[in-house]
Design a protein around this ligand. Structure first.
Ligand code: SIN
Length: 303
């Protein structure tokens, strides 16, 4: 029997009593799956996982993605996307070191956006006994539930554009705030024309019904939403800013303080997340697997 302990006010939990390096029987897996979707973000502390074991566990939730940034894939395990500032012999980072510098939901710009991600902590920077590089999560279902009824009605028929193309060009409020506090943020990745061609823009409902839980959530994010669909730009940008500010209010946030051996899983339909770049040059290394989700109901591919 697994133990589930709530960590945040509206969401997030710790799950103990399970060893993810071994295949789970169907009953235990169902308990884990239910606890995950109920809590939106879960951490399994103290795990000892090889890349193959992480892949075996996470692919029970669905098909694993191979990230469009091939240079950050783990050799022999393309399902693993490396997040790291560690350098190889040529002085290049061995993984993506700029992932999560803005609030986002993984791969929300794809025709089948990610259902969930799992991030395994191999090496966590520590200073003065305190772990650095927290990951922050905001529940978009809790944020939606707290909206006034008139706003829910206004949003019901609206769509926003999710774009991989646009995301490097913006000045992210979250990034600006980090820089104001003296936290260096890295922006290293320039997508190639082939990468861009593989991910056309998507028009997606602002209010998304979760394919597993049926909960409604706000499917807009600062990182990958480029603009509102069919709305004058200034009006659309003002509405998006209002929604972003609403989503990241403290009561909807859970911040994860990492320890090596944590496997942290989050529901990309129900939450969005952001990294903290307060550790460089201390080394940080995590392995991410990402499960493909279903196409979003009423979404459209834009060419
Ligand atoms: C991400 O998956 O966006 C990065 C999270 C982190 O490195 O804290």
């Amino acid at each position: 029997m697994i133990q589930v302990t709530r960590l945040g006010r509206h969401f997030a939990a710790r799950i103990t009593g399970v060893d993810l390096s071994k295949p789970l029987d169907d009953d235990t897996f169902e308990q884990v799956r239910k606890a995950f979707f109920d809590n939106e973000v879960v951490v399994f502390p103290g795990q000892k996982l090889t890349p193959a074991q992480q892949i075996a566990f996470t692919q029970r939730f669905g098909t694993l993605e191979h990230h469009v940034r091939k240079e950050a894939q783990l050799a022999d395990h393309p399902e693993i996307f490396i997040l790291s500032n560690k350098l190889n012999a040529n002085g290049k980072a061995i993984g993506a070191q700029d992932a999560g510098r803005f609030w986002h939901s993984d791969l929300s710009y794809k025709t089948q956006p990610s259902l969930l991600s799992a991030l395994y902590a191999v090496e966590i920077p520590v200073k003065d006994g305190k772990p650095l590089g927290d990951t922050h999560f905001a529940s978009t279902t809790a944020a939606y539930a707290a909206l006034p009824e008139a706003m829910k009605q206004k949003l019901a028929s609206l769509k926003n554009i999710h774009s991989y193309r646009d995301y490097r060009l913006k000045n992210y409020a979250a990034q600006q705030e980090d820089e104001r506090r003296g936290i260096r943020t890295v922006q290293e990745h320039a997508p190639t024309p082939e990468q861009l061609a593989s991910v056309p823009d998507m028009a997606t409902p602002v209010v998304r019904v979760h394919p597993v839980t049926g909960r409604k959530g706000l499917f807009v994010n600062e990182g990958h939403t480029s603009h509102m669909y069919g709305m004058p730009e200034a009006e659309g940008d003002a509405l998006l800013r209002q929604l972003y500010d609403h989503i990241i209010q403290p009561e909807f946030i859970y911040s994860h303080h990492w320890a090596p051996g944590d496997l942290l899983m989050w529901d990309n339909v129900a939450v969005q997340h952001k990294a903290t770049f307060d550790y460089d040059p201390l080394p940080r290394l995590l392995y991410r697997t990402t499960v493909r989700g279903p196409a979003v109901a009423d979404s459209m591919v834009l060419q």
